[in-house]
Structure formats: structure tokens, C-alpha cells
Design a protein around this ligand. Sequence first.
Ligand code: NAP
Length: 290
Amino acid sequence: MILITGATGKYGKSTIDFLLKKGVSSTNIVALVRDEEKAADLKNKDIEIRIGDYNNYEQLVNTFKGIDKLLLISGSDIVNRDQQHQNVVKAANEARVKHIVYTSFERKNETETSPITFVAASHIATENWIKSSGMHYTILRNNLYMDLLPWFFGEKVMETGVFLPAGDTKAAFALRDDMAEATANVLITEGHENKVYNFSNTENVSVGEMAASLSEIAGKEVTYTSPSTEVYIETLTNANVPADYVGMFAGFATAINQGEFTVENSDLENILGRKPTTTKQFLSMVYASK
Ligand code: NAP
């Protein structure tokens, strides 16, 4: 029996769809959700729904009973995530789950000097809790979702160009659905015990190269400007972008610039059994029709 947490989220839903597509019976899949109203589509697929919140340890222990493999999809509540993930790992262990698979995050600088320490720290802590739990584990170090590029670029990118302090450093962005498919493969094939995989694209692409792809799609030049982080923060703040978003955009772009997401690794391609979707293919899908 495989349990998927975060089953009402994009990664969880996609992983479940790939499990079904690959022939896993719906009777062998359990979805952990905290809001049943969001789970109507899962019910229609005959997936068993169990209610559980990462904040509620006792509830999680009951929910995880009888589960062999558990996919912990990292939570979205960055402030409370440490305690939440610790609850899930401890509850899985107490419920005698045999194998835990975790969607972690790519990074190089593990110190507080990292511009993305606000997200990286809880992933590092969770990996350590999982490794010392005694359960079999597989850690998936996910690179940046390619799906977030339009969010980084802004709605008017084709008119205004790309404005991001990411320099010329390349990064191995990967499509969330590709990572979800590879996650499904890890869940249904053998030999992944106590492994750490890098779910990164096999190509590294700079933001300047992405702007060149956008130019090709638009049939006109889409410029790329890489300001200093300070100028970037000032410009977004003056444009009334909320401070939380400014901090997040600036942190990720600076991390790209510092090479946090430059990865030469073929784990994702190997586990998918095909080349991951390229940034150019993704940008064409998103922007060609606009
Ligand atoms: P998502 O659509 O926001 O899904 C997050 C899932 O976690 C949702 O199902 C949510 O439940 C569930 N969740 C959050 N807090 C919970 C709690 N306290 N108890 C139980 N469930 C809880 O995000 P996604 O796109 O699927 O991505 C999955 C995760 O990857 C994110 O949560 C985040 O940690 C991480 N992430 C990675 C990247 C990257 O670039 N690699 C980018 C963004 C996020 P509800 O549906 O009830 O809210």
C-alpha cells in the first residue's frame, strides 16, 4: 500500500495520476488530505482518502497504519514546516511504515549564508530525521520547478523583457510533472532503498538563454537585464510587490546566480527512462499561444 501526502496539491495529484497510468490499482493507493472537499477528483478515481494534517501527530500515526511506502511531499507552510515534517517522519516510524520517499530540494550551500536558507534549512533537517529514523528512505533532491518561470518573469515579460538578478549562471530547472513521473517510478520499482537522487534536468540553461528562446517564440527581441540584488529589491518594492514575494524572488534569483541549481547529473533522465522536458519546450508550450 502506497500513501501519498499533499495529494490535493499539484505534485501529489500528478504522482497519483502517473501511478494509475503505470498500472497501479487504485486500491493500492491512499491519499492523505487535510481538506476532504479538495479530494472529490481523487474519490472519483476510487482512491482511498485519509484525513491528516502535518500538525497533528496522533492523527498521522493512525492514518499511516498499514502503509508500506509513504511519499512525503514537503509542506508549503515554510514557517511551521520543521515541526510538521518531524511529525510526519516520527509518525511514519511509529506506524511501522517500511519505506519513506521525500521530495527534498537541490542546494549546495548548506549554511545560513545561502540566499535560500529560508527554504533549504527545513529540507536539510528533514533529510537528517529521515536518515536517522531507521526506515528505508529515498530522498529526491528536486531542482527548481520550470513551471515557476512565468511567475519569475511576470505577466508582461514579452513586452518588458526579463528582469532578474540571476546573472549568466546556468541552472537545471525541471518540469514538475517529470519529477512526479520519476517519483511514481521510484515508488513502483525496486532498488531505491537508502538512495539520494538529484531530480535535475540534464541540460543547464541560463536566464539569458531563456530570454533568447522567448525572443524566438515572440519573433522579436525579448531582453534580459540582470540588476544587482539591491536594485532588484528596490525596483520591485517601488512597484508595490509585497515584501514576502520580493524576498522570495530575490532569494531564488540570487541563488541561481550563485550556482545553487547548476547540476550535472542524470538521475532524473535515468529514472524517467527518457530525456526530461527542456526549458525551450516548456517555454514554447506556455508562450507560443500568447
Ligand atoms: P502545492 O500544490 O501547494 O501542494 C502542497 C500540498 O501540501 C497540498 O496538497 C497541501 O494541502 C499540502 N499541505 C500543506 N500543508 C499541509 C499540512 N499542514 N498538512 C497536510 N498537508 C499539507 O505544491 P506542489 O506544487 O505540489 O509542490 C509540492 C511541494 O514542493 C511544496 O509544498 C513545496 O514544499 C515544494 N516546492 C518546490 C518547488 C521547487 O521549485 N522545487 C517550488 C514550489 C514548491 P492543501 O491542498 O490542503 O493546501
